[in-house]
Design a protein around this ligand. Structure first.
Ligand code: TRP
Length: 323
């Protein structure tokens, strides 16, 4: 199957190990197999906050993270929403294909509203999943590596594609989600790994920052280290983290640490993580910001060329272009 891969991140902060093992490693593998687009979803930042914040810094940070883990700009088109007007214009016909009731039923949107700190829910919060359909369909993406929380958006994308094709003729493929096979990593406090919760090891952190975070990680008071996800989730999560970095199994590591207790466990995790991230961090420090920015400029241009073609096709199918 000739896939086109599209995936993206909101530029709200640095990428962390949860991202790495959840999706980034997968992207590096996929870039050799299929054409791939990676979107820096800048317009999606303002769904749950009033201002884009330090958006330029976050965008540069994402670019450095992408290049440091080995995404190759010769193979991957890295681009941002706000530089591709024709992608954004697809939102208008797409919105007409979805009912207001359908927008209100999206479980991920509901969850984000429940966790939002904003006084009022803005219109983009309800409509951004349709915008995400435009992200995926502008390049006729067929394979979308995402986490579980994004599945409702993918369902909606298929719905938009199907309805467009029924109404105006066959233009869009129906894309599929691609879920990572790796175990889900929690944060060091046992909750979801998230930069804003201060429980995540970012790719760009220093070795000392990493060690300090792991030192503070929650464990329990049992001296014998065992891998038991239901009874000892925090210890199991640390073992999983080290195991992913070392390419070993968490059970095997637990056996090796044995009666060493939490102190040994944390030392093993810190060494494993810092060693794993060392080459990535070294590459990150070697890439200039100007170089990263140039990669984005070139990607924006390529994405725009693709979007122009799709928008032309869409307007043609809708008989909106003058002869
Ligand atoms: N919503 C995604 C997230 O929060 C980011 C995203 C934007 C995305 N557009 C996309 C993911 C298109 C996949 C495809 O992580």
């Amino acid at each position: 199957m000739n896939h086109v891969v599209l995936t993206g991140d909101r530029p709200t902060g640095p990428l962390h190990l949860g991202h790495y093992f959840g999706t980034l490693a997968n992207r590096v593998a996929l870039q050799d197999v299929h054409p791939m687009y990676v979107l820096i979803a800048d317009y999606q930042v303002i769904t749950d906050r009033d201002r884009p914040g330090e958006i330029q810094r976050n965008i540069t940070g994402l670019l450095l993270d992408y290049l440091a883990i080995g995404l190759d700009p010769a193979k991957v088109t890295i681009f941002q929403h706000s530089a591709v007007p024709e992608l954004n214009q697809l939102l208008l016909p797409f919105l007409s294909l979805v009912s207001v009731a359908e927008l209100g039923r999206n479980p991920t949107v509901k969850d984000e509203i429940a966790h939002s700190k904003q006084q009022a829910v803005n219109g983009l919060m309800f409509t951004y999943p349709v915008h995400q359909a435009a992200d995926i369909l502008f390049c006729k993406g067929t394979l979308v590596p995402v986490g579980k929380d994004q599945l409702p958006h993918l369902e909606l994308t298929r719905l938009v594609a199907r309805r467009f094709n029924e109404r105006y003729g066959p233009v869009f493929p129906l894309p599929e989600a691609m879920m990572g096979a790796r175990p889900l990593l929690n944060g060091l406090d046992g909750g979801k790994m998230s930069k804003s919760r201060g429980n995540a090891i970012t790719l760009s952190a220093t070795e000392d920052e990493t060690a300090a975070l792991i030192r503070k990680a929650r464990t329990d008071s049992e001296r014998l280290v065992t891998f038991d996800e239901t009874r000892r989730p925090e210890v199991a999560n640390l073992l999983t983290l080290a195991a992913l970095c070392l390419g070993r199994t968490p059970q095997d590591l637990a056996d090796e640490i044995g009666h060493g207790g939490a102190a040994t466990l944390k030392r093993v995790v810190t060494e494993a993580v810092n060693e794993f991230l060392r080459p990535i961090r070294r590459r990150r420090s070697e890439i200039g910001e100007a170089e990263a920015r140039a990669v984005l400029a070139a990607g924006n241009e390529r994405a725009r060329e693709r979007a122009v073609l799709t928008l032309d096709e869409v307007r043609g199918a809708m008989a909106m272009t003058a002869a």
